[in-house]
Design a protein around this ligand. Structure first.
Ligand code: NA7
Length: 539
């Protein structure tokens, strides 16, 4: 057996990378075990996604009360969400509230970006390299770096030559941006672009939207939460969270057990109309069971939404451009909107279809398409993220024998339960590839508790080396791939299938996302824990 030092010879028992919701909760749980824990965070405060994404209109698509942490009765009792779908400033305040209540900041080092993490076999430990040159060590390394946290800019010639202001939505400045009277461009019409466009349309002088692929979107139906509703929510938390535990992706919406063709045409239409009028993801997560697997069933809801777009957008030519032709409804992550389509009825908003007239270059004054040059004061890049594996690629992770994670995952991630990687002992991922995501705090709570259980087990049994086995990784990776078969979403280019043409080498679809049900995921992980983690190589 390799000699290994007691934990006290290392700087920390555990290091966590990232102080978003995952890192915050993981810190809390590991501290409860009495461990010496340090979190390294690139930003200047907690919040992760909600710290960085300060763009106008950023808000939840999950119901606020289904999103907050559920583990503490005190947090639930003391916090009040003001809207059914809270905006980013409120959610960031919530993260800060949690950090204050749990006194988290004393163990978080901000302004500390991790550049590398190297496994040391002789001491069974990890050495972290921070950008300031320091190199703390630990026994266990928990990555809490988020599935959508590495923003990407388009690879368009001349991008740096633009002389106005330019922002990526996920690197939005803390100071307010003044849009009054400005000529503004938005590139990108995903969930982020849609929230941005509908929010700034009435503030800017003129808005030009550059759309490459139209996306399906459905109404959010946000509203303030009044006192009566607040009381109802607080009294109903046990039921709300119990429901989230039962559903496919931890949202509060339960799928309809019926198939789209098991009802009459009139009933189907009435069902869609009802869902279109309701709050949140119901039309996506609570729709007929076959709309995301059966092309004909999917066509019925796609046709319904297309009709809604035609009704809402005055100019029929613009409406046609806004109706997706390349994929069916819900086969990409569904953006939820608030008068997004009506924004195109405004005189100061113009839609440019760059599939028809591609962007040729960014110029000092604006954007030049194959048709003409547009002049702008501000360009907003709502161009998304190097999703799921992108944040792992950015850190130089090296496991046993100096193997680089980047090389190991060159053809797509290979994991054990989405939590561990063979050859990377004592490294555990929260919300990494191949794990259940969905309504993410629900998944975070489960994974963090699982990780905490594993580390407790190691501590109680004097184990200093925990590693996924090749068989464990092969079985889980094949399982995750098999789960994706037959899903219409896996036949479509999106961040969910690993496509990002702004990043070298990310132009082939991969299976980076677990697409089974959250209850099945938890059952499998529970089973592993109940068997004393015997599927891992432990010593
Ligand atoms: P998305 O959903 O990945 O959307 C990015 C958008 O940017 C999408 O419309 C892209 O068009 C567009 N894009 C990306 N690169 C380019 C270039 N080079 N030229 C033109 N247009 C481009 O990211 P979001 O931030 O909106 O949302 C990510 C997730 O965050 C969301 O799903 C929620 O879970 C929260 P494309 O479709 O690729 O043609």
């Amino acid at each position: 057996m390799t000699a290994s030092p007691p934990n006290s010879a290392l700087d920390y028992d555990a290091i966590i990378i990232g102080a978003g919701l995952s890192g915050m909760y993981q810190l809390h749980r590991l501290r409860e075990l009495g461990l010496r824990v340090r979190v390294f965070e690139a930003g200047t405060d907690v919040g992760g996604t909600w710290y960085w994404n300060r763009y106008p209109g950023a808000r939840f698509d999950s119901e606020s009360y289904s999103y907050g942490f559920s583990f503490s009765k005190e947090l639930l009792a003391e916090w009040e969400w003001s809207e059914h779908f809270a905006g980013q400033p409120e959610t960031l305040r919530y993260c800060q509230f949690v950090a204050d209540k749990l006194d988290l900041r004393r163990d978080i080092q901000f302004r500390s970006r991790v550049a590398a993490a190297i496994y040391q076999e002789d001491t069974r430990s990890w050495r972290i390299s921070l950008e300031d040159g320091s190199e703390p060590t630990c026994r266990f390394l928990v990555t809490a770096i988020g599935p959508l946290s590495t923003p990407t800019l388009p690879r368009i010639e001349g991008r740096d030559s633009f002389q106005g202001q330019a922002f990526h939505t996920a690197r939005w400045p803390k100071e307010p941006v003044d849009f009054a009277g400005k000529r503004v461009a938005v590139i990108g019409t995903g969930a982020t672009g849609i929230q941005t466009i509908q929010t700034i349309a009435s503030e800017v002088g003129h808005l030009t939207v550059f759309q490459r692929t139209a996306n399906w979107a459905a109404p959010l139906h946000n509203a303030k939460i009044d006192a009566e509703m607040q009381a109802k929510i607080k009294a109903g938390y046990p039921e709300i969270f119990a429901r989230c535990q039962e559903t496919f992706a931890c949202f509060i919406h339960t799928p309809d057990p019926r198939g789209a063709f098991e009802v009459s045409d009139e009933e189907r239409e009435a069902h869609y109309e009802k869902l279109y009028g309701e709050r949140g993801f119901g039309i996506w997560q609570g729709n007929f069971r076959d709309i995301l697997i059966d092309r004909k069933a999917n066509a019925t809801i796609s046709d319904f939404i297309a009709r809604k777009i035609r009704e809402r957008v005055r100019d029929p030519k613009v409406a046609e451009k806004l109706i997706p032709k390349s994929h069916g409804f819900g086969t990409r992550r569904l953006p939820l909107e608030t008068f997004y389509y009506e924004a195109y009825n405004r005189d100061n908003v113009e839609l440019v279809d760059i599939a028809e007239t591609p962007i040729e270059r960014i110029t000092p004054k604006g954007i030049k398409t194959s048709e003409k040059e547009y002049e702008f004061d501000i360009i907003i890049y709502a161009t998304g993220f190097d999703a799921i594996t992108g944040s792992f690629d950015k850190i130089d992770f090296r496991g046993a024998g100096g193997v680089k994670l980047r090389d190991k995952w060159k053809s797509g991630p290979e994991t054990y339960l989405g939590l561990m990687v063979e050859g990377f002992p004592n490294m555990i991922m929260v919300m990494g590839p191949h794990t259940a995501l969905g309504n993410i705090p629900r998944s975070i709570e489960y994974s963090v508790d699982w990780v905490t259980g594993l580390i407790r087990f190691a501590r109680d049994n004097g184990l200093t080396r925990l590693e996924a086995t090749p068989e464990g990784v092969k079985d889980w990776t094949e399982h995750v791939k098999a789960l994706g078969e037959g899903l219409l979403s896996n036949e479509v280019d999106s961040w969910m299938t690993g496509i990002n043409r702004n990043v070298e080498g990310k132009d082939t679809r991969i299976v980076a996302r677990y697409s089974g049900s959250a209850p099945a995921y938890r059952a499998r992980c529970d089973e592993v824990a109940a068997k004393g983690y015997s599927e891992l190589a432990l010593s």
